[in-house]
Write a protein that binds this ligand. Structure first.
Ligand code: AMP
Ligand code: MG
Length: 487
């Protein structure tokens, strides 16, 4: 446990100071009866907080922004965004606050941020609040993503406020304390661009370069390099989502970071049965953000980012467009390479294997999995058993067995590495039925199931006795599954 006194932790106010145009000084709403639901002790220690202090009444008040160090400068950040393809010039933190940045042991700054901390000038018709369920959901899924080695914002704590929140029913309110590389979004650049203040745009780009893409600063065209850097991290990120069957659900440009971290877990879900057109969000009626559309949407969002950066990329508009288009062309290639490398690893095939051999093995298998709508996560985990000689768990969930047996023979001839497969095919993901069960219990005052689920998810690749329940697919009776934005 860290023995650093909490008072020595400095909240830097870099963003607040440097970007008054994008940051409205604001205070969190006072919580009448704060109660700690979860605190992430390892993360707290990493950040230099004493977890014991965070559990104290004073610590709780710090976690929800009600008792901040004197020099803290909390702000609501402004940003724009394309929501489901339609541009909103003014979104911003309607119910969130950036408390400030903390310097990590690695010298990198991380944002400490609140969600559900009350109305801000960006709240529009919203109440500024969040319910216990959706905040725990973000905690569970983001921490699972982290354990799966997928870049993500982290969750430090969820504190119940003691205030009720009116949704379809009356729900207990909560604040999530979130940690991120930064909260600079594609939408932040859209906002800066729309202000027509080129120097603001340049400062934001310089800040993003310094914080997330430092090698761009020494390139001949640093802003083109920034665009390429963001394309690269997003291509890799979305490939990782696809490989674990994650559906973000609301990939609006305001929910896409320039750091390459997954952000804003709303109506997200992990796919159960493999279905390329899987959509879980109740508001995504057209399936814009369906599983298989995610790479295409990411590319579309990056084009919006490129448009915002264009005046920095070149003084001449035509040349700026040509350079941006060329950079955007790299997305598909990088995405495909990352996805394919990940799939090859999921099949236990060696890195150097000829694509002409590996590619049909991947494609043919996915066809069989899709045809049977087999549970995506357990199928790949059980494929490791097939590599060890026991094909029954995978055979048992497929339909076209002659085709699969043929595939097995071709695959086994390549000596798949079962141990390597176990290191990339998780046993434990936040299964929808388990998440719902945990959130329902927590909403009724029992955090136990959430804590148990988090424990299973914290080490997703190591099968442990007694945790079968967390590895098994949803019962037949569960579904069709629908998620909500929780607003
Ligand atoms: P999200 O879908 O959570 O990424 O949010 C989209 C936008 O709506 C952001 O500008 C949020 O700050 C805002 N928003 C969402 N829920 C609320 C709420 N309950 N009160 C105020 N603003 C909200
Ligand atoms: Mg958002």
């Amino acid at each position: 446990m860290s023995d650093i006194a909490p008072s020595t932790i400095a909240f830097e106010g870099h963003f607040a100071r440097e970007f008054p145009e994008l940051a409205v000084p604001w205070r969190a709403e006072e919580a009448p009866d704060p109660r700690l639901l979860l605190v992430n002790e390892p993360l707290a220690v990493e950040l230099g907080f004493d977890p014991g202090f965070l559990r104290s009444p004073e610590g709780l008040r710090l976690l929800i922004g009600n008792a901040l160090p004197e020099d803290a400068t909390p702000v609501a950040q402004g940003y724009s965004g394309h929501q489901f393809g339609f541009y909103s010039p003014r979104l911003g933190d309607g119910r969130a606050l950036l408390l400030g940045e903390i310097a990590g042991a690695d010298g990198k700054f991380r944002d400490i941020h609140l969600k559900g901390s009350g109305r801000t000038p960006f709240a529009r018709n919203g109440d500024g609040r969040a319910a216990v369920g959706p905040m725990l959901r973000e905690y569970i899924v983001s921490e699972s993503m982290h354990a799966l080695h997928i870049p993500t914002t982290r969750s430090l704590a969820v504190v119940a406020t003691g205030r009720s929140v009116q949704r379809e029913t009356v729900l207990p309110g909560a604040v999530l304390t979130r940690v991120a590389g930064s909260h600079i979004r594609v939408g932040s650049f859209q906002y800066a661009r729309a202000s027509n203040d080129i120097e603001l745009l340049r400062r934001l780009a310089d800040h993003a370069i310094e914080r997330h893409h430092p090698s761009s600063s020494t390139e001949v065209n640093p802003y083109l390099a920034l665009l390429k850097g963001v394309i690269a991290v997003q291509a890799r990120l979305v490939a990782q989502w696809m490989l674990v069957g994650f559906v973000h659900g609301v990939m609006n440009t305001d929910n896409m970071t320039v750091s390459g971290e997954t952000i804003d877990y709303g109506p997200c879900a992990f796919m159960d049965g493999f279905d390329p057109v899987a959509v879980y969000s109740s508001i995504d009626e057209q399936g814009r953000y369906a599983y298989r559309n995610q790479p295409v949407v990411a590319e579309w969002n990056l084009a919006r980012f490129a448009e915002s950066l264009a005046p920095l990329i070149h003084d001449d508009e035509e040349q700026a467009v040509a350079l941006a288009v060329e950079a955007l062309g790299g997305f598909r290639q990088q995405y495909s390479a990352a996805w394919f490398a990940g799939m090859r690893a999921k099949l236990g095939l060696p890195e150097g294997m000829d694509d002409a051999v590996a590619s049909p093995l991947v494609d043919d298998l996915l066809k069989l999995v899709q045809e049977a709508r087999a549970d995506y996560t357990s199928f790949f985990r059980n494929l490791g058993k097939a590599a060890r000689g026991n094909a029954e768990p995978v055979r048992g969930v497929l339909l076209d067995l002659p085709a699969f047996d043929d595939w097995l023979e071709r695959w086994r001839a390549r000596n798949p590495d079962a141990d390597a497969m176990d290191r990339v095919n998780p046993v434990y993901i936040p299964r929808n039925h388990l998440v719902e069960e945990a959130l329902a219990a927590a909403t009724n005052g029992d955090i136990g199931p959430t804590a148990e689920l988090l424990e299973a998810l914290s080490s997703p690749y190591v099968e442990r006795p007694g945790l079968d329940r967390f590895a098994d697919p949803a019962p037949e009776s569960f579904g069709p599954y629908r998620t909500f934005c929780g607003t």
